[in-house]
Design a protein around this ligand. Structure first.
Ligand SMILES: [Zn+2]
Length: 260
């Protein structure tokens, strides 16, 4: 708590590797990298502006070693935390930050890039442009955590609007991650399916967190979560996995569900 997680690629690489390896052992075919916040904007805010290249490179190397030929490494790119709409950041500054991060991840040997937990379509489009410049496959996901039915992004975009915008921006895979538990995702997935022909990527949370003794606890069990996976596949998901709170035992439960 209180430390910038991505800095652990440099300061605690063995502990980051333990996490990645636990997911490979649980059966993940794709693992991400500990680089969600490793864009220049967020790193500079945390006194890590000189470490953009090294944190991203180590993130890929750690996951690659943990994958050990058994899991592909898709590198994570999260939001800058700055709003274009209120001019906290210029479009050019944002674009440069995403391009820089994407390039570092690609040079380190990522198999693909995953733009995730995006609330603003304009920011997602900026990230897609930077990611596409590397020539790697690009996954682009929004977080649906707003509106009465939790079917809009914080900025108000619907799944149909997002699918169309992300497709036009050139994402190879389109999806939804984070923001809510798995029960809300089948409807979002069906709506994405109506608005794009790209493969769909769905990564729900293990419910909503409750803070207990300074630790985030999630209410869903691995079995609750895994039981909903067939419904996501019927709704059109090509990639399924877990976001916040989905420990390795969730992935193990998904594998048992799919192979039973
Ligand atoms: Zn999440």
């Amino acid at each position: 708590m209180g430390e910038f997680p991505d800095a652990w690629n440099l300061t605690h690489p063995e502990r980051v590797a333990d996490v990645a390896r636990a997911y490979v052992e649980a059966g993940s075919q794709i693992i991400l990298t500990n680089t969600f916040g490793a864009n220049r904007i967020r790193l500079a805010e945390n006194g890590l502006g000189a470490e953009v290249a090294s944190i991203n490179r180590r993130g890929v190397e750690i996951s690659r070693a943990a994958g050990d030929g058994r899991a592909r490494v898709f590198a994570s790119i999260g939001p800058t935390g700055k709003l274009l709409m209120s001019e906290e950041i210029s479009p050019a500054e944002m674009a440069a930050a995403f391009e820089e991060q994407a390039r570092a991840l690609a040079e380190a040997g990522a198999d693909a890039l995953v733009i995730e937990t995006m609330s603003d379509l304009a920011e997602a489009q900026s990230a897609i442009a930077g990611a596409r410049a590397t020539g790697l496959p690009v996954v682009a996901c929004m977080v649906y955590d707003s509106g009465k039915n939790k079917d809009r992004t914080m900025m108000g975009a619907t799944p149909e609007q997002a699918a169309q915008a992300l497709t036009e921006a050139g994402a190879d895979v389109i999806g939804a991650n984070c923001g809510q538990g798995i029960l809300g995702f089948a409807a979002i997935c069906r709506r994405l399916r109506t608005a794009t022909d790209r493969p769909l990527w769905i990564k729900p949370n293990a419910g909503l967190p409750e803070m207990i003794d300074g630790q985030a606890r999630y209410s869903a069990t691995p079995e609750d979560f895994a039981a909903q996976i067939p419904e996501l596949i019927r709704a059109g998901a090509a990639f399924v996995g877990g976001c916040c709170g989905t420990r390795p035992d969730f992935i193990g439960a998904i594998r048992r569900q799919l192979h039973s």
